[in-house]
Write a protein that binds this ligand. Structure first.
Ligand code: HXC
Length: 514
């Protein structure tokens, strides 16, 4: 090919000048991998195809003082992750702080468009100071273009964001529009306005970590779902999550057979729920004895811990697990857990993942704090999500199922496909203490020994009303089962529900409670 080929080689070599030793060292000193290293770790060896590596920045190339920068601070492309195709982009903090200029944005939207056309996931590795200041409104328009595509792709292809450095200003809103957010423990932070602005406007002094570090976002704000110690472990976490997800909303999630028998009877399940109805236990112990190989991949593990949500497999099929956690706030539903559950259910429903609910909930959390913050509209999110979901939906009532919480947690009335109950289940309009206080107010006030009378009435209520057999006889529960058979029953049901198909009324979209 002669001269033409020489020119091609000369141009390729320019990339190596950009990625010299200094380039790697700068980022490693910050405790982070470079954008290139991250991409190489994420994709199967040799599979990554980079696009637009040579496009210059809109305002001329700028890299340090004298070198040329190609690619405008972001690496974009496609390849395979554990053998499955995906698109990804990685922002390069070494180039203008990973800030987003118009060319940078156009590269991202190019792969977003390709991912939508081809039905493939998009993974965003974010390390950015936000909108590039020197490009002005062009950078803002760049973000707008990305956000629009995030919204269009929502529920069509999985979108995963990893915060691997700063995510400041506009850099936070694309992740917020995607399905899952990962963060690294010590090197990532997310905020709309940084500590300097907070100081100027509010005269408050706060560190980046206090304002928007991984701990804050995975346990307090609920903005992020996963936290990992460093870049390497975070990338392994993304790969694990992907192993549970289909590539798009038309495919089913990956079926991975394993040697855990679907007819495994598990007598240990009979001994987990304590006889004393007020004693806590860890619902994860139940989940792990039911699912394949005891493996549960929790989502938002540190946030709203009164509800456990996550992915698992049953007979090789991926399922989404939603479970009240009696160990935390007695498993009651509050604003945060309602929102956490609703979002997870919406994701599962979008991507054909059946939902298995383990229920032990005394009710919604009472109090002025919850009422004033809107437990009504927030609790409605969970109710709406369960009701709208058309994937197979199975409930196992382990113990308490009272009042509104009975309805919300996938009751048959709102469209649950099957409800099982363990013999320990208590299903009623309200808990025994509350019910007796209302029904027998007068008698208790006049009783010689009101404590003894209450104890007697509570025991009677529990025995005669708050049991699973009335609901079973009325068909609101399909079967009261031996806890040991829970896995066998769910695996059989999942098979029978495999071809479930539901048509909803035509509409543009519902008006989700917000
Ligand atoms: C252009 C930027 C930049 C930006 C950082 N840099 N942010 N360049 N536009 N937004 C450049 C710096 O000038 C510097 O260049 C290099 O990146 C590294 O930045 P440092 O400040 O030296 O690094 P560090 O101390 O680690 O601080 C990182 C940072 C800080 C916290 C991200 O740079 C910062 O606060 N940046 C601005 C963040 C911000 O307010 N963004 C909001 C933009 S407005 P040199 O050449 O010195 O290496 C926005 C609105 C959109 O995004 C809203 C949409 C909803």
């Amino acid at each position: 090919m002669g001269k033409a080929f020489d020119k091609y080689i000369e141009r390729q070599n320019l990339l190596d000048v950009q990625y010299d030793e200094n380039y790697y060292e700068k980022q490693h000193k910050r405790g982070k991998l470079t954008a290139r290293e991250r991409i190489m770790m994420l994709f199967d060896e040799g599979s990554f195809e980079e696009i637009d590596a040579f496009v210059p920045s809109a305002g001329g190339t700028t890299f340090g003082k004298s070198s040329k920068a190609f690619g405008d601070g972001v690496i974009v492309g496609f390849g395979t992750i554990n053998g499955r195709q995906a698109y990804a982009y990685a922002q390069d903090f070494n180039i203008m702080g990973g800030s987003l200029g118009s060319v940078h944005a156009a590269k991202i939207t190019k792969i977003q468009d390709m991912a939508l056309k081809t039905g493939l996931p998009v993974i965003a590795l974010i390390d950015s100071g936000g909108a590039r200041i020197q490009e002005g409104v062009s950078s803002l328009n760049g973000y707008a273009n990305i956000f629009r595509r995030n919204v269009l792709a929502s529920g069509v292809v999985p979108q995963i964001s990893a915060i691997m450095g700063p995510a400041a200003g506009g850099a936070v809103y694309s992740p917020a529009l995607t399905d899952f957010i990962f963060m690294t423990e010590a090197t990532s932070y997310m905020f709309v306005t940084g500590p300097d602005v907070v100081r100027q406007v509010l005269n408050e002094s706060v560190t980046p970590d206090q304002l928007g570090g991984a701990k804050v976002h995975t346990s307090k704000s609920g903005v992020a779902n996963f936290v990992y110690s460093d870049d390497v472990n975070l990338i392994l976490g993304i790969k694990k999550l992907l192993s549970y997800l289909p590539s798009n909303n038309i495919e089913n999630p990956p079926f991975v057979p394993n040697d855990d028998p679907t007819d495994r009877v598990e007598p240990a399940l009979r001994d987990i729920v304590p006889e004393d109805p007020d004693k806590p236990y860890d619902v994860r112990d139940v989940i792990k004895l039911v699912v394949d190989k005891g493996r549960l991949f929790e989502v938002s593990e540190n946030y709203a811990q009164n509800l456990v949500v996550g992915f698992a497999r049953l007979g090789g099929y991926v399922v989404g697990v939603v479970a009240n956690q009696p160990k935390v706030m007695a498993g009651s539903l509050d604003i945060d857990s309602s929102v956490k559950g609703a979002r997870f259910i919406n994701f599962c429903d979008s991507f054909n993942i059946p939902i298995i609910t383990f229920e032990d909930v005394p009710g919604f959390l009472p109090g002025t704090d919850q009422e004033h913050q809107g437990i009504i509209r927030n609790g409605a999110k969970l109710l709406y999500a369960y009701t709208r979901a058309t994937v197979p939906k199975i409930t196992v009532i382990l113990r308490k199922s009272y009042g509104g919480a009975y309805i919300v947690m996938n009751s048959k009335g709102i469209g649950g496909d099957y409800s099982f109950a363990w013999p320990t289940a208590e299903v009623a309009v309200m808990g025994p203490e509350g019910a007796i206080a209302i029904l027998y107010r007068k008698e208790l006030a006049e009783a010689e020994d009101p404590v003894a009378l209450k104890r007697e009435l509570v025991a009677k209520y529990r025995d005669e009303v708050a049991n699973p057999y009335i609901a079973d006889e009325k068909g609101f529960i399909d079967e009261v089962i031996d806890p040991a058979d829970t896995r066998v029953k769910i695996c059989r049901l999942l098979k029978s529900l495999d071809k479930k198909s539901v048509s909803l009324p035509r509409r543009k979209h519902g008006n989700t409670p917000l």
